[in-house]
Design a protein around this ligand. Structure first.
Ligand SMILES: Cc1cc2nc3c(=O)[nH]c(=O)nc-3n(C[C@H](O)[C@H](O)[C@H](O)COP(=O)(O)O)c2cc1C
Length: 169
């Protein structure tokens, strides 16, 4: 005799209301970073990213999640190197600059003059990363980098936080 199938538990196979999901995600306190690279023509590219976190200690891996529709997406997921600047209190304008019109991002930004594998800003705690993997993340791509260097601008320690659609620290 066959065992009757159990009824699906509550919640199985259901879809969350997108507005409820967004609202719940706004409750997650997230770091604020600016991720930069050079595109295939050597032009600097960068955008503000709060979906960022450490992934592994051995090897040292860090991940950022990039909207596939972002203009910088393709450059960032194909660049051999990228830099993650973990911003701190006082860097709010820089975060908004790198979320605003692309043509204004690097003109006037505090770029370090020394040549580097990716554009380096004199702001925040800087992680230099070598592309390690790119994974599917729905409408985002998960870009994973192997961290090859850590530098801090003037003792910066990060600490700027994006929470409930605003900055805090
Ligand atoms: C505080 C903050 C956090 C953000 N976090 C992300 C993120 O994690 N991933 C992402 O794809 N976009 C994020 N964005 C949005 C991008 O920075 C924004 O869409 C930017 O204009 C993309 O630039 P692009 O289209 O020129 O590449 C964030 C914006 C702000 C202000």
């Amino acid at each position: 005799m066959r065992t009757p199938l159990l009824a699906a538990p509550p919640g199985a196979g259901e879809s969350v209301d997108p507005a409820a999901f967004r609202s719940a995600m706004a409750a997650l306190a997230a770091p604020v970073t600016v991720v930069t690279c050079y595109d295939e023509l050597g032009a600097p590219r960068g955008m503000t990213v709060s979906a960022a976190c450490s992934l592994s200690l051995d090897p040292p891996l860090f991940l950022v999640c990039l909207d596939r529709r972002a203009g910088s997406h393709d450059a960032l997921v194909t660049a051999p190197y990228f830099c993650v600047h973990v911003l701190g209190p006082g860097d709010e304008d820089l975060a908004m600059r790198f979320a605003g019109p692309a043509e204004h991002r690097f003109s006037g930004a505090p770029l370090l003059p020394e040549p580097a594998v990716a554009p380096a800003l004199a702001a925040g705690l800087r992680l230099t990363c070598e592309r390690y993997a790119v994974r599917d993340g729905g409408d985002h791509s998960i870009l994973i980098g192997r961290v090859t260097g850590v530098d801090a601008a003037d003792g910066a320690r990060g600490g700027l936080v994006w929470h409930q659609r605003g900055f805090t620290s």
